[in-house]
Design a protein around this ligand. Structure first.
Ligand code: ATP
Length: 367
């Protein structure tokens, strides 16, 4: 069987070697907001010289704390805001010089409030975005897209007769029906309860893979970003702090901000001597390139700490424990420092108990 691009996408791999232009390229994007007609020049820009590329078919997540500029970046891509500097390229076309209006960018949008037309049926909602197609093709395309999102049997229902997850799939079908080059999803699962959010997220991911469209998801939910994305761009104050696959960003955070924002992390200060950091936990071997001798900050994940036997490790006291089904998370006091330890062993330690603890994996130097 010939392996096509589509097969690779279905297998969860993105073909970054393709000669096709990136689905999206942001080049040094800058956005200021203006207070009462005057530039807020004393404030840093909301989007600050941001550059990134999204490959055809890729699912990229913009992740970051509230106010870091995720939605503004999405609005700049869609053409709902004008940048003060830099450029947006979609599918090899410059959208900023000359500025292209949103409807000329080939971009589909899905927002947190599904914004379905309440007086139109499911089919009517999907047909709505297709008014540029010849009449004969519209119905065919709308039905094809409803089949892609698994809602064929609901086509004549009204939005209020659907669950939240189904409404979100209608919104997705409406955005996908015109066959956009790029789909922008702004917190699309945040109105759903925890269980529905999980299943809808998986369904949407499968649908996007099947359609082969590149997509950008905006979220501040790190678990969602890890589960959904081919790559995550971690944003802070309008800039990208780190970009990479979920595995890379989780396992090799470059900064203390990334280590703490994506998953839980213990940040320890230490002193490096010959590739080993001396910390309150004892000596910790450093990962990757050896850091120069001197003070460092290192990140150690809770799953990389363990209770130790005998006199090895450092003494700590159990402050709290949280049962998580497959594991237990302990909060430990080690002098003035609080540490998190994720334990999958069978022995339970009580609150107030004295324990010994050590690092079982190498630590990672962060800035
Ligand atoms: N139209 C506007 N006028 C002035 N300031 C704005 C405007 N839109 C956004 N901002 C400010 O720009 C900053 C970034 O906002 P943005 O909505 O992009 O952040 P976000 O990362 O998407 O946040 P959240 O996760 O809370 O939605 C915030 O400080 C916000 O107050």
């Amino acid at each position: 069987m010939t392996i096509t691009n589509k097969h690779k996408l279905e297998a969860g791999q993105i073909d970054l070697s393709t000669s096709a232009p990136p689905a999206l390229e942001l080049r040094g994007l800058v956005k200021h907001f203006y207070a009462q007609g005057r530039p807020t020049t004393t404030l840093p820009p909301v989007v600050d010289n941001l550059s990134l590329q999204v490959a055809p078919g890729e699912l990229l997540t913009l992740l970051g704390p509230s106010g870091c500029g995720k939605t503004t970046t999405l609005r700049l891509i869609a053409g709902l805001e004008e940048p003060d500097g830099g450029a947006v390229w979609i599918d090899g076309r410059n959208m900023t010089q000359p500025p292209q209006p949103p409807e000329r960018r080939g971009v589909g949008l899905v927002f947190q409030d599904y914004a379905l037309f309440p007086h139109l049926s499911v089919l009517g909602n999907v047909l709505f975005g297709l008014n540029r197609l010849p009449r004969a093709q519209r119905l065919l395309r709308a039905r094809e897209t409803l089949s892609l999102v698994g809602l064929t049997v609901f086509e004549s229902r009204m939005p209020h007769q659907l669950s939240g997850g189904q409404q979100q799939r209608v919104a997705l079908a409406r955005a996908l029906a015109p066959r956009p080059r790029l789909l922008l999803l702004d917190e699309p699962f945040s109105n759903l309860d925890a269980q529905l959010r999980h299943s809808t997220r998986q369904e949407v991911r499968t649908i996007l893979r099947r359609s082969g469209v590149a997509a950008i998801l905006v979220t501040h939910d790190q678990e969602e970003a890890l589960a959904f994305s081919d790559r995550i761009a971690l944003m802070r104050a309008g800039q990208i702090e780190q970009i990479g696959t979920p595995q890379e960003v989780y396992a090799r955070p470059r900064t203390a901000f990334v280590a703490s924002f994506l998953g839980r992390s213990n940040l320890l200060s230490g002193t490096v001597q010959a590739g080993v950091a001396r910390t309150v936990l004892g000596n910790i071997q450093l990962e990757g390139k050896t850091a120069p001798d001197g003070p460092v900050m290192i990140s150690v994940r809770p799953e990389h700490l363990a209770f130790s036997e005998g006199n090895s490790g450092a003494e700590a006291v159990v402050l709290a424990r949280e049962f998580r089904g497959h594991a237990v998370t302990y909060t430990l006091a080690l002098g003035q420092k609080e540490l998190l330890l994720l334990d999958t062993g069978h022995t339970l330690h009580a609150e107030g108990e004295r324990v010994r603890v050590c690092a079982v994996r190498t630590g990672r130097v962060v800035r």
